[in-house]
Every structure is written in structure tokens, then in C-alpha cells.
Design a binder for this molecule. Sequence first.
Ligand code: CMP
Length: 142
Amino acid sequence: MRLRKNAKVELLRKVPLFETASQRELARIASIASEVEYGQGTTLIHEGSSDDGFFVLLQGEVDVRRGARHLRTLKRGDFFGEIGLVASAPRTASVTTGTPVELLFVSGKDFKKMLSDSPTLALKVLEALGKRLQTTSLAGWS
Ligand code: CMP
């Protein structure tokens, strides 16, 4: 799959993390996001590792696990990898494809550079993360 930039922008607009980003900011994110595809059973993120990429699911499902515990299945439009990206902390969970998937991937370096160049977007990302933390705490995440 090779998306045109406009199509990428439309997908990114539906991602909760970017829901308040402007057209210009979305275009900037689209310019640093690569499209990647993986088969079923691929571990994209290993719990405890220190890599820092961020993923948006375009198609398919992934399973989030901490140790042996299955935490959640994420679907089209969901994103993951934001904690390692923003906090520069070890990955909090492992993420494995449950089906073949299509994803957008943004490296931590590119994403952080964009945030440091755009305080407005950095604030929006912070707000979205705050909302997500609130939701996930209420939902019993740990
Ligand atoms: P990160 O810690 O960077 O890498 C693992 C990712 O799994 C994490 O970011 C979140 O995006 C996601 N994740 C961690 N815990 C949960 C959970 N309880 N439910 C859904 N997703 C989670």
C-alpha cells in the first residue's frame, strides 16, 4: 500500500492523539510517517526495550501484553508506542500483530524534533496524552 500524502493526513486526523492538530500540523506529521506492513504474529514492540517508535494502526489488529497478561486488542485508528516516545522510558508492554497489519510508523527522533519545532502541537499532544491517561486510569490500566 502506498498512500498519497492527502490520504495519510485524513487517516492521521482520525487518530485521537492528533484530533485537534491543524491541517498544517497533520501534513507535517504525514511527511515524517512511513507506511509499514507486517504479517500475523510479529512482535512490533518488546516490553522493557528502549526503542521509541510510534505506530498508528491503519488495518488489522494488535495484541498488547504485559508479561503473560493480555491487556487489550487494538484496532484500526488506534495508536500505540506513545509512552516510550514521550517519556523516553522502557516500553510498558509488548505489542504483537494478531492479524496481518498496515501501519504508519514515526521514529521517536522525528516526532520529538517536530514537537520541539512546534510548541502548539506539543501542547496538543500533551493534552491528548492527559485525556488518554485519565481514560486508561478509569478503565483500570496499571
Ligand atoms: P509504550 O510503552 O511506548 O510501548 C508499549 C505500548 O503498549 C504503550 O506505549 C502503549 O501504547 C500500549 N499499552 C500499554 N499498556 C496498555 C494497556 N493497558 N492497554 C492498551 N495499550 C497499552
